[in-house]
Write a protein that binds this ligand. Structure first.
Ligand code: PEP
Ligand code: MN
Length: 351
């Protein structure tokens, strides 16, 4: 749709109409008391909206169609799969439209013994899926980068431990594929491919991850709008993979001075995403808040907001965790969170 400025001349309007027609579309011109709106009819992708925006007299020029048609609730009927992807399976665990699914485990896989023990602990606490980072996104190159960063053999070994731990306690597994070079390797082992917040904008990574034939969890970048999260998730759907789980993990806090949390958990994203798409949404209160004592409250709030699941970092001894110790909950705390969240879920659903 192209909106003209109040002082646009007839010549300005005709120039836009000519451009729309030259691109093979029809131009519907609607003249109001103050402004004229030009609606292109036809395949909007053929129009160079950015170019039209530079024309004299043009105020706004943008597509009317949503940039995330393939995952959109509104457009689903045009693709013959209305409601078809409201649930995504991670191994045998169903996410969406049912009991909240709890993904839990340490921030990073640190040793075979550590991930084995954590698998047992999170299973006992009631979790459904085991997490553990092997390629960690870190702000400092001098910080621990995950066991996988030191070479292919170490990466394979850590992936084997994660898989062994998952198998031993009947938990499907998820780990982040931090870059294109490790996508195929990660896909060999995991039940769910994870795209980290920092990589939400990496279209080449999204496409490659989508092609592995596994479900994908994509985390919202901390500076991204919901529209951007959905538009970039569309890259996965465009590869024919609609097994997508969206993850809200907090956005950059506003203003000067302390916010007291690592990020700001945007819980309104949950119902908004449910309105916009048919895909399941999970919430990560760990990276969002950065503090162990906030995880219980924000987990409860996320489930009350309608989240289809949670991803929570846990460690049997947070003080000795190599990464993200301050936000790890103990297995006992995890159990209390899960038990309470299941009660909240039942209550909210009933109403
Ligand atoms: C993670 O989940 O391991 C992680 C690093 O989170 P994020 O990408 O949201 O920062
Ligand atoms: Mn972490």
């Amino acid at each position: 749709m192209i909106v003209m400025k109040t002082d646009a001349t007839e010549e300005d309007i005709q120039r836009v109409v000519a451009e729309v027609e030259a691109s093979g579309l029809r131009a519907d011109v609607s003249r109001g008391e103050f402004i004229t709106v030009i609606g292109p009819v036809g395949d909007e992708r053929k129009l160079a909206f950015d170019r039209i925006l530079t024309f004299a007299g043009v105020k706004e020029a943008s597509m009317v169609e949503t940039p995330y048609k393939l995952i959109s609730r509104e457009y689903a009927k045009f693709f013959g799969d209305a409601g078809a992807h409201t649930t995504v399976k991670i191994g045998d665990v169903k996410v969406g439209n049912g009991e909240p699914v709890i993904i839990a485990g340490p921030c990073a896989v640190e040793s075979r013994a550590q991930i084995m023990r954590m698998a047992e602990e999170v299973k006992k606490a009631g979790a459904d899926v085991l997490r553990g980072g092997i390629f960690k996104p870190r702000s400092s190159v001098h910080a621990f980068q995950g066991l996988g960063a030191s070479g292919i053999d170490d990466a394979k070994e850590a992936l084997t431990w994660l898989k062994e731990a998952g198998d031993a306690f009947d938990l499907p597994i998820v780990t982040e594929a931090r870059g294109e070079s490790v996508v195929e390797l990660v896909a060999e082992y995991v039940d769910l491919m994870h795209i980290g917040a920092r990589n939400m904008y990496d279209q080449d990574l999204l496409v490659q991850v989508a092609r592995q034939g596994k479900p994908v969890m994509i985390k919202r970048h901390f500076g991204a709008s919901i529209e951007e999260l959905l538009s970039f998730s569309e890259y996965i759907a465009a590869e024919g993979n609609k097994d997508i789980i969206l993850c809200e993990r907090g956005i950059v806090p506003m203003g000067k001075g302390k916010s007291f949390t690592r990020y700001t958990l945007d819980l309104s994203a949950v119902p908004v995403i449910h309105n916009e798409t048919y895909l399941p949404v999970v919430v990560d209160p760990s990276h969002a808040t950065g503090h162990r004592n906030l995880i219980f409250n924000m987990s409860c709030a996320a489930i009350a907001a309608g989240a289809d699941g949670l991803m929570i970092e846990s460690h049997y001894n947070p003080a000795e965790a190599l990464v993200d110790g301050p936000q790890m909950v103990t297995p006992d705390e995890l159990k209390e969170i899960i038990d309470t969240c299941r009660i909240i879920h039942r209550t909210v659903r009933k109403h």
